[in-house]
Design a protein around this ligand. Structure first.
Ligand SMILES: CC(C)(COP(=O)(O)OP(=O)(O)OC[C@H]1O[C@@H](n2cnc3c(N)ncnc32)[C@H](O)[C@@H]1OP(=O)(O)O)[C@@H](O)C(=O)NCCC(=O)NCCS
Length: 223
């Protein structure tokens, strides 16, 4: 179980915040928040259901984190452990997360894989997403995993998909020529690009593509 208490700043005002493992009594507010964070055209069937949340809590509570600000649910991030090697072929979100049910969670895996991250619209740009990401880095270090990995959405890609491949779009964001609401956020959190992946997740804005991005554990040891 994970718990961290601190203050976040809204301008000059410090607000009490806590990042902790979520539990069954949080499911209603998590589902409500999920709906707010992923509005249409994001498909309804990809929003959390009770069984998925129950599995996160039962199978890997260290990877099921939420952030509360002033006692209000403001964001969440979920992960599972998998065995991953860069020589592996491409995977989809459905395959690597067991459609969000994490039934494939492997406590002997080498990689912490991100199932999702979201922050409620009215709490965005306050640093909460970054706090959640850095808390998952804590989990990577605590479990002595090689890396954190995840497929980042690229919701700005549909605007240029007639001119650029997903890989060219990723490179344009990494070189600073373009900004993307998710990829730029991930770069600012210290994630580095591995490659663009096609047919990752049904996601109109990203043209079903994602950028596989990692963070390597500086403390990883084999003994
Ligand atoms: C992506 C998301 C989680 C970011 O959360 P957030 O709490 O607003 O992000 P933070 O305030 O922690 O921002 C961290 C850094 O990213 C940058 N950033 C955040 N949103 C950004 C955006 N839309 N465009 C460019 N940069 C952005 C911030 O400027 C900040 O940079 P800094 O730390 O160098 O100052 C949030 O926008 C969200 O929930 N989006 C919808 C759900 C989603 O698509 N999730 C991704 C699934 S792969």
């Amino acid at each position: 179980m994970y718990r961290k208490e601190f203050y976040i700043y809204n301008g000059d005002i410090p607000l009490p915040a806590v990042i902790r493992s979520y539990k069954e009594t949080d499911f209603t507010s998590l589902a409500e928040m999920n709906r707010e964070c992923f509005p249409p055209p994001f498909p309804d069937e990809l929003l959390w259901n009770h069984n998925q949340l129950q599995n996160h809590v039962n199978l890997f509570p260290d990877g099921a984190l939420c952030i509360e600000v002033g006692g209000e649910m403001a964001g969440s991030m979920t992960s599972l452990m998998v065995d991953y090697h860069h020589t592996d072929g491409d995977h989809s979100w459905d395959e690597i997360t067991d459609r969000g049910y994490i039934g494939n969670h492997n406590p002997k895996g080498n990689t912490l894989y991100v199932v999702d991250i979201s922050v409620r619209p009215r709490f965005r740009k306050l640093g909460l997403g970054k706090w959640l990401m850095f808390s998952m880095y804590d989990v990577v270090i605590h479990h002595n995993l090689e890396r954190l990995l995840g497929g980042g959405r690229m919701p700005g890609y549909h605007k240029v998909s007639d001119k650029m491949t997903p890989e060219e779009y990723l490179q344009a964001v990494v070189s600073g020529k373009l900004k993307d609401p998710v990829l730029t956020f991930l770069l600012r959190c210290g994630r580095t690009p591995v490659k663009a992946v096609l047919n990752y997740l049904e996601d109109e804005e990203s043209c079903n593509c994602a950028a596989l991005m990692e963070w390597r554990n500086p403390f990883f040891h084999t003994s």
